[in-house]
Design a protein around this ligand. Sequence first.
Ligand code: ZN
Length: 80
Amino acid sequence: MKMCIACGMPMTRIADYPLYDISKNYCKHCANSDGNLVSFQEKLSALTAHYVQTYKMDKNFAEKTAYIVLKKLPAWRRSR
Ligand SMILES: [Zn+2]
């Protein structure tokens, strides 16, 4: 089983892949509508918004947390 390199989600079904393309190593949540990997900034702001909404985190704190979480993933190790 593969794990998304950009968010860590386990990809267990074909529907988890962008455009059902199982050759990709990232999930559909981390892809644009054309199937390409989103940018680090896009992923960072999406995850920040998710934390603010789900955990009622302060925006700055949510962004710091999102940054730390994303930097642990293979897709973003060299991004800033
Ligand atoms: Zn993903």
